[in-house]
Design a protein. Sequence first.
Length: 266
Amino acid sequence: MSGKNIASTPRRRAILVVGAIAGFAVILASIGSFTGSLGATQASAKSGTIPSGAGPNGPRSISAGDFVTRVDNPYFPLRPGTTFRYRGTKDGKPTIDIFRISHRRRMILGVPCAIVKDRLFEAGKLAERTTDWYAQDRWGRVWYFGESTAELNAAGKVTSTEGSWQTGIRGAKPGIFMPATPRPGQSFRQEYFKGQAEDHFRVLGLRAPITVPSGSYPHALLTREWTPLEPGVIDHKYYVRGIGEISEETAKGPLETSKLVSVSVG
């Protein structure tokens, strides 16, 4: 799952002089507030501070200096050279999803991001190719910094790149993909690019039993994921300590599934 709005204040006609003065004072206050916000934004850009887009449970801003060069969060470790293979269904077709972690990194606004190559095959043909960028802060939280995605037709031609975004470009902001210490009830925004990428998730539990082709796991982290861009769709994802994501399935909406088959390194 995975534009600008300009707010305007209606003009009001003053009947009394006192009312006019009060209205003028409000306008001055608004201008001062806007100028202050603009100044703070410009100062943040110069210092390398990035709006987090993490929601009420995350910090309002993050600094490039707060990030480390590894992603070793227990529930979402990204070890370079590791390949995850998933099997599932989409639009009634069998799918194979290959999720490979690159040895390279991409610098986004000074933050070293792990590069993940994701290839989705439908009925044996490449249907989607995506490159994701993740980074971990020194407190252990994994942040999502963007993705470059493309959908392909049966002939292999790109038909859409909708949903692509990168932190710092056209107002796109990073979000928290995995907290350092997940707890039931925690909720975060994973990404923000208005009208294109607005995923959210909530931690539902830490002891969810699940069986997938790669094995049975009695204590998986279970999350609910949704986006206001698709209000009728809810997904459930399962993560296991030391492995990462092992399952994704639709809880509400058109059925899609993805189950971990194997993990290999090299």
